[in-house]
Ligand binder design. Structure first.
Ligand SMILES: Nc1ncnc2c1ncn2[C@@H]1O[C@H](COP(=O)(O)OP(=O)(O)OP(=O)(O)O)[C@@H](O)[C@H]1O
Ligand SMILES: [Mg+2]
Length: 235
């Protein structure tokens, strides 16, 4: 479904992604784990069209993504929930969700049905529908960022550190919501520092170290891998 081949990305003199290749098959949850500064967000942002690559290829189904603008990539069915809960802070929860659907040409009834679906997934957002997004708690903003991404009806959803900064019980909730979204037919590329939880729900995983993919395998196998256990699972 998604195929990245030999991707190189630079920020000036910094070589942030070094010949990165990665595949995500339809129906999978694939996780990308790696330390701070490894290049995880850079990869998500490059696939989304927000960062330009220097070389390599990115394919989504039959479409080459490299030269497309971010809104065109969303239109193809690829959406991201960015790191750091980037919601539109001065807009209401309701309007944030509307923005998520802006690339779709849909009638009001469909829009409302889709919004209700988000409120079923995240009941807290229903209670907060009129509230300004910037005043939501961190966890609520995370839910809103994910729901907003889902409003574009993606077939591939990329999540950048959805559990960052959340209380343990909320971390569990977010990961089970991700599994439910996947079971409903959405393919997922999950970036996480919480390697334990990410490997637990993922089918396959990649390890990114200072811009290079150093390991890839079934998630259950990587959980047993000594190097992965040492570096990412606390021994
Ligand atoms: N806009 C930018 N300009 C210059 N350097 C950047 C920029 N964005 C990221 N970098 C650098 O690229 C490298 C990869 O950053 P990136 O944000 O992709 O890492 P990450 O794996 O997502 O880290 P984290 O886990 O801390 O979120 C880092 O060294 C970072 O400092
Ligand atoms: Mg990051």
């Amino acid at each position: 479904m998604l195929k990245v081949v030999d991707l190189n990305v630079y920020y000036g003199a910094i070589h942030a992604l070094k010949s990165v290749s990665l595949e995500v098959n339809q129906g999978e949850i694939v996780t990308l784990i790696g330390a701070n500064g490894a290049g995880k967000s850079t990869l998500i942002r490059t696939i989304s069209g927000l960062v330009k690559s220097a070389s390599g290829e990115m394919w989504y189904a039959q479409s080459r993504l490299d030269s497309l603008a971010p809104h065109q990539i969303v239109k193809l069915g690829v959406s991201q929930s960015p790191e750091g809960r980037r919601v539109f802070r001065t807009m209401s929860v309701h309007d944030n969700l509307l923005m998520g659907a802006y690339t779709r040409k849909i009638d009001r009834a469909t829009l409302h049905a889709d919004m209700d679906e988000m409120f079923t997934l995240f009941p807290r957002l229903k209670e907060r529908e009129k509230q300004q997004a910037g005043t939501l708690s961190g966890g609520e903003q995370q839910m809103l960022a994910i729901a907003r991404a889902l409003m574009s009806k993606p077939r591939l959803l990329m999540l950048d550190e959805p559990s960052l900064g959340l209380a343990p019980f909320l971390v569990q909730t977010i990961f089970s919501v991700i599994q439910n979204i996947n079971r409903a037919g959405v393919t997922i590329l999950l970036v996480e520092q919480n390697a334990h939880q990410a490997l637990r729900i993922a089918h396959r995983a990649y390890v990114l170290e200072t811009g290079c993919i150093t390991l890839t395998d079934e998630a259950s196998k990587l959980m047993e891998n000594d190097a992965v256990r040492q570096a990412y699972l606390g021994g």
